[in-house]
Design a protein around this ligand. Sequence first.
Ligand code: BES
Ligand code: MN
Ligand code: ZN
Length: 489
Amino acid sequence: MRIRVENKLSGDLDYLVVTRLPGSDTPATGLDEKTTGLINKVKELGGAEKYLETETVLYTEGGPARRLVVVGAGKDFDVASARKLAQTVTRSLRKKGGKRLAFAFQLPALSNAGDLYQALAEGVVHSTFEPGFYHTGENKDEKVLEDVIFLTNSDGDIKERVARGVVIGEGINLSRYLANEAPNVMYPERLAQEAEKVAKETGLEFHALDKAQLTEGGFKAILAVGQGSIHEPRMIVLKYNGAGDAPYTGVVGKGITFDSGGISIKPAEHMDHMKMDMSGGAWTIGIMRILAQLKAPVNVIGVVAAAENLPGGAAYRPGDVIGSLEGKSIEVLNTDAEGRIVLADGLAYARKLGATRLVDMATLTGAIVVALGNSVTGVFTSDQDWTDLFLKTASKAGERAWQMPLFPEYKEQIKGTTGDLLNTGGRAGGSCTAAAFLKEFTGDVPWIHLDIAGTAYTDSEKAYQAKGPSGQIMRTMIDFVIATAESNK
Ligand code: BES
Ligand code: MN
Ligand code: ZN
């Protein structure tokens, strides 16, 4: 697919999409008389009044496209609703067989056109992801977009912002691809290969520690989680230097390529969803690629703690006491609380590599889904000022995030009897005790933990998004890493 910015239309399009702002008579720019006439007709008839409500008209002869689609932009049309509109409309028209589309937007007068066009490009790219990687024959979705044109007369940096949106959208789709891939294919070694591929394409520094190197280096926590699987764990590292000798932000992702629960095995129902338990790691790889492609002025170390949690004969068990790279001992009560164990080594390693701030992303607890539902990321922290910047960035990016408490009481629940720390604090406050556990491995560097268990994956198809991995919070992370580097100056 090619996305282009043009100031006039040529060639035969399948669809011309025009947004309609209720209450405004300003026509979308760059349209011929005939099209404007048809749009006025739709208005007269009261069509496409509400947000995402559409009205399709056939051009009888000689229009710029075969069909005109007028889409309601709604009263509060802003950057976020524009992105979602692009996702929804593009997805639906592609599914109808549209190959060549053009969009002409009637824009709110005060909006920042650059932000808007970037969001539209992100939305168009987002809409192209479908999870049917292995469909064959008639199941195969062969409907692909060829050309998407944004019609605009605006000068300024529109082309550049659209290009930025494409980079971000493609990075997010790479992460969605990694998270959706079957767990028999996407095991730790393969995930490391994918990260290496990204490094080769973008010039990032890469290394991945294999089992021998992890053993040699004292990564006892991640090794314990991985020991029940024939697929050995990997500690994957991508490093991006875009800001000279400025401090490094560490981005650490949970990379459990499949979470069966281990000996504390999960129920069969929906266990297949646990192929996405490496979403935090997948997001990390995508974020590193995007930052490198944007040549962002930041220094970042991405770490993915990748392991498979299976109940093989050599598996770790409840009752085991294991060590960690940090040196603290962990008393295992439940092998299904494995994410915090691999992250213990991931967080310690990121610091060892020089990160002086840490953000981790993890599909960590079912409890966060109970607390916040499926559209909100849980945020925990040891640094309030930095977190205020995160929450502000998330709100600007249109991604829901909500801070959860990390009071000292939670630490009481995970005090070990035989080891230093228990790997679960029981049902009460499950997400908070998990965060309290992670904090023990962050030394004294500012740290933010994102529990994405509720948001990383959708079990149902939405008009704006295919079923499966969402990539949610990645856009915030890109802006946040950049804003952090700026505030460090
Ligand atoms: N990967 C799961 C958490 C999860 C649940 C992610 C639902 C996505 C959707 C995690 O490893 C896990 O199993 N957590 C346990 C912890 C418990 C044993 C303390 C949980 O939440 O039940
Ligand atoms: Mn688990
Ligand atoms: Zn897990």
